[in-house]
Ligand binder design. Structure first.
Ligand SMILES: *Cc1c(COP(=O)(O)O)cnc(C)c1O
Length: 370
């Protein structure tokens, strides 16, 4: 019985990926040990936050870094730092920013909802989002025309949620930010490469600690020393409502250390074997056709793809998906292609042997159709 079942919640088998709605990721033992130890001692938090920033910068190549509760908090705090600078009186007044430089320029195709709107996180930091261009077309001149004496920052959102075509590139955003001497914030929440966006020229780059890094609920902002210092000062203002605990800070430090030296080739072999087993078994079931497919983005992820043959089975992929979710344990699959009859099983978040439970549930669901 897991700890959530002890309070009468359904056990969840996550075969979908890193989903905030399911708790994003699970931590490794050594990360948990670190967190427990950290939670059991006192420490001067200001020093811990500074030290954590110094240690994180080694992995990002940023001049300095500021720990945050997540990438959403990272957006609010980055924007706040570009508006207030190191003026404590301004920091205490945010998110009210009347009379200050407070406009944050964002390309229309980047004004996404990642579970909450990006523009709302900008407002939380006192920013006024200025959406430029059209949702599928933004040229550099759209951005340049919007720049005026009230512009506090430019923001670029690197995400699969964002419109991918027709937007102004990061390189062009960097050029514009340098030409007008306006900081460029890059939201790289779920990105795997911790150095790339600093190298490309982002002034403040934001990551989520719970996504690629698989740490506890956490995040960080990395980049220019002067601006990162102003980010830390926000903990005397709006940042207080986004306080990250000492145990999560230490958990992130351990997770990023493991992530940095991570050679997951062994894990990938095991994951692939589990998916091949599942695929062979599913292929014994009439009306389902399974195969192994590599990740669309080229990462070393081999998923089991199950095609539901509606004509034979009499039900569609959504029927199977709903029944998997409504059972106990609740099983969540990766359903981007459900409308064309495809269900994907992602091996990364699965615990040992859970592919067997998934198979048994699929068999039961199929058996109960008639
Ligand atoms: C997930 C995500 C966020 C929010 O990250 P949290 O760490 O959950 O606050 C922000 N921006 C993008 C692009 C994301 O994918």
């Amino acid at each position: 019985m897991n700890i959530y079942e002890k309070i009468d919640l359904n056990k969840v088998i996550n075969a979908s990926g890193k989903m905030t709605a399911l708790g994003v990721s699970t931590i490794k033992d050594s990360v948990g040990d670190y967190m427990k130890e950290a939670a059991m001692s006192f420490v001067k938090i200001e020093d811990l936050i500074e030290k954590a920033g110094e240690l994180i910068s080694k992995y990002t190549g940023g001049e300095d870094s500021c720990i945050t509760l997540g990438a959403s908090a990272g957006i609010a705090i980055s924007v706040a730092s570009c508006i207030s600078g190191n003026d404590i009186s301004k920091i205490e007044k945010l998110p009210i920013s009347e009379g200050l430089k407070n406009e944050v320029i964002i390309q229309k195709g980047h004004a996404i909802n990642f579970g909450a709107p990006v523009t709302q996180m900008i407002r939380l930091g006192g920013g006024l989002p200025i959406e430029v261009g059209q949702s599928n077309k933004v040229n550099p001149y759209h951005i340049e025309e919007a720049i005026n004496e009230k512009t506090a920052a430019l923001i670029y959102i690197k995400s699969h949620h964002a419109v991918q075509k027709g937007m102004t590139s990061i390189e062009n955003m960097v050029n514009i930010s340098r030409k007008y001497d306006i900081p460029l914030i890059i939201d790289a929440a779920a990105e795997e490469d911790l150095k790339k966006y600093i190298l490309l020229g982002g002034d403040l780059v934001i990551y989520s600690g719970g996504k690629a890094i698989e740490g506890p609920t956490s995040g960080f902002i990395t980049g220019r020393k002067d601006l990162v210092k102003c980010c830390r000062l926000q903990y005397k203002g709006i940042g207080r409502a986004m306080k990250i605990g000492k145990e999560n800070i230490m958990g992130l430090l351990k997770a990023i250390e493991l992530y940095d030296k991570n050679d997951n080739s062994k894990e990938v072999v095991g994951q692939r074997e589990a998916m091949e087993w599942l695929s062979d078994e599913v292929n014994q079931i009439q009306g389902l056709v399974a195969s192994i497919v590599k990740d669309e983005a080229g990462r070393e992820i081999y998923r089991c793809q199950i095609k539901v043959e509606k004509d034979i089975l009499g039900v569609d992929a959504n029927y199977i998906i709903e029944n998997l979710e409504e059972g106990d344990p609740s099983i969540y699959t990766r359903n981007h292609y459900a409308n064309i009859g495809i269900i994907n099983v992602d091996p990364r978040p699965l615990k040992r042997g859970e592919e067997r439970v998934i198979l048994e549930r699929i068999k039961e669901i199929v058996k109960d159709i008639k």
